[in-house]
Design a protein around this ligand. Structure first.
Ligand SMILES: [Zn+2]
Length: 75
């Protein structure tokens, strides 16, 4: 059980893993217009009907409508 030591190597392993995950997320960011209906579909504002492309890893309920500020929902 090498983990019992709790020294350098473990911390490094963790940091690397996180860094990779972050980089992947950034690389995936798409600058598609309102046309881009990615694999995740769209988020829609229940109040005014504004739609924005859903971003993987970002739940629609965590976003707010750019038009009226209402919380978005999954289309
Ligand atoms: Zn709205």
């Amino acid at each position: 059980m090498p983990r019992g030591d709790g020294t350098g190597p473990i911390g490094q392993g963790r940091g690397g893993g996180r860094g990779m995950g972050r980089a992947a997320g950034i690389g995936r960011g798409r600058m598609g217009g309102s046309f881009a209906a990615g694999p995740g579909g769209n988020c829609v504002c229940p109040k005014c009907g504004m739609k924005t492309p859903h971003v993987a890893g970002q739940p629609c309920t965590a976003k707010t409508c750019p038009e009226c500020g209402t919380r978005m929902t999954r289309e």
